[in-house]
Design a protein around this ligand. Structure first.
Ligand SMILES: CC[C@H](C(=O)O)C(=O)SCCNC(=O)CCNC(=O)[C@H](O)C(C)(C)COP(=O)(O)OP(=O)(O)OC[C@H]1O[C@@H](n2cnc3c(N)ncnc32)[C@H](O)[C@@H]1OP(=O)(O)O
Ligand SMILES: [Co+2]
Length: 151
């Protein structure tokens, strides 16, 4: 497996509305995507764009704001421990999600649940933070047709 780009940083927040204000007013962010509910994953999601190396918005790493949705949201307990919100996970891209799953399984890393469709509409899975140097790690298959794998 080859490490791909850092697709997003997951940031848990008690309020996406408040976080949007923060990223706009304090951090000077300008590109906010429409928040949406991801019921199957128990979160409300809002992507905030950061510029890529050329200063362009649209291809750079995103901030993924996630707010608990429903009773058994997987981030509810995390927010109890971090009531103001906190950096929650990182998401790296890979070329082939099944190849990546085998790679980590063979190393004995705990994969949290089945491979499923994530917030970008592509297959993802999570790796337990205790097996990943303390970092909850999301692996996401690069959207097909994304030229960056060709270079
Ligand atoms: C998929 C849609 C979207 C996308 O990008 O496509 C998302 O990213 S949605 C993101 C929300 N979904 C998930 O996080 C799913 C995977 N997460 C889990 O399965 C759980 O959150 C889990 C297993 C990581 C933690 O479970 P729980 O919240 O019940 O907490 P525990 O007390 O059992 O945790 C055990 C141990 O891990 C430490 N921990 C918990 N969360 C994190 C974290 N985000 N980063 C680092 N460490 C974490 C926790 O402190 C416990 O450690 P201990 O030393 O035992 O206290
Ligand atoms: Co994520």
């Amino acid at each position: 497996m080859k490490l791909g780009r850092l697709n997003h940083i997951g940031v848990a927040t008690p309020s996406i509305a408040e976080s949007i204000r923060y990223y706009r007013e304090v951090m000077g962010a300008t590109k906010f995507h429409e928040p949406f509910d991801l019921e199957a994953q128990g979160v409300k999601v809002c992507f905030v764009d950061t510029p890529d190396a050329a200063g362009e918005l649209g291809k750079g790493t995103q901030i993924e704001l996630i707010e608990p949705l429903g009773e058994d949201s997987p981030i509810a307990k995390f927010l109890e421990k971090n009531p103001a919100g906190a950096q929650h996970h990182v998401c790296y891209e890979v070329e082939d999600i099944e190849d990546a799953r085998k790679w980590f399984e063979e190393m004995g890393k705990r994969i949290l649940g089945p491979t499923r469709i994530g917030a970008h509409g592509t297959p993802i899975f999570f790796l337990h933070p205790k097996d990943m140097m303390g970092q909850l790690t999301e692996i996401m298959e690069t959207p097909k047709g994304d030229a960056h794998w060709s270079n």
